[in-house]
Design a protein around this ligand. Structure first.
Ligand SMILES: Cc1ncc(C[n+]2csc(CCOP(=O)(O)OP(=O)(O)O)c2C)c(N)n1
Length: 173
């Protein structure tokens, strides 16, 4: 793991502040109905993302999560303007404006969504890790979920398979 220096702390703070401001801005344009559909924010969880990004190899590792997915791709290198455009439903967005708030994706940055079904991302995350192991890519998948997802049967089945096959996947609750 890279050492945690003063510069790293400052960089984390800067990034976390940006993510918080990004989400706060979304909250304000949401009530003006500029963003349609649902809007699930990441406020209060920024430190989890900062720490996770610190241990990742952004050249090859992957990330997948549920619907609180606006700032994670930004952390992985996606242009914030493209994420904001997606939320506005514009064709310049990450999914050409067709995904919206819950479905931010970037194949280029190995950010695999953005899933609205509680727990839906869990078996998908293990599947991506299976692919990386099968093809010897040496990559790790980070799979995030909320407390509620842990009650899904797919979570338990996925953990069984991930342990049995020793898959390179890390689950964050
Ligand atoms: C399979 C499924 N059941 C129900 C829902 C409706 N639903 C949307 S969010 C949510 C709560 C999920 O809580 P948690 O996983 O703890 O995530 P949090 O929103 O707290 O981050 C539920 C039940 C859903 N999206 N998918």
């Amino acid at each position: 793991m890279r050492p945690i220096t003063k510069e790293i702390y400052l960089n984390w703070y800067e990034e976390m502040l940006f993510w918080r401001k990004f989400e706060d801005k979304l909250a304000s344009v949401y009530i003006q109905q500029k963003v349609r559909g649902f809007l699930h924010l990441y406020n209060g969880q920024e430190a989890i993302l900062a720490g996770a990004l610190h241990v990742m190899d952004l050249e090859k590792d992957r990330m997948i999560t549920a619907y609180r997915n606006h700032v994670m791709p930004i952390g992985m290198g996606v242009d914030p303007k493209k994420v904001m455009a997606e939320l506005y439903g514009k064709s310049t967005g990450t999914s050409n404006g067709l995904g919206g708030s819950m479905h931010i994706f970037s194949k280029e940055h190995r950010f695999h969504g953005g899933h609205g079904i509680v727990g839906g991302q869990i078996p998908l995350g293990a599947g991506m890790a299976f692919g990386d192991k099968y093809f010897n890519r040496g990559a790790v998948t980070l799979c995030f979920m909320g407390d509620g997802a842990v009650r899904q049967g797919s979570f338990h089945e996925t953990l069984n398979l991930a342990m049995l096959w020793d898959l390179p996947v890390v689950f964050y609750r």
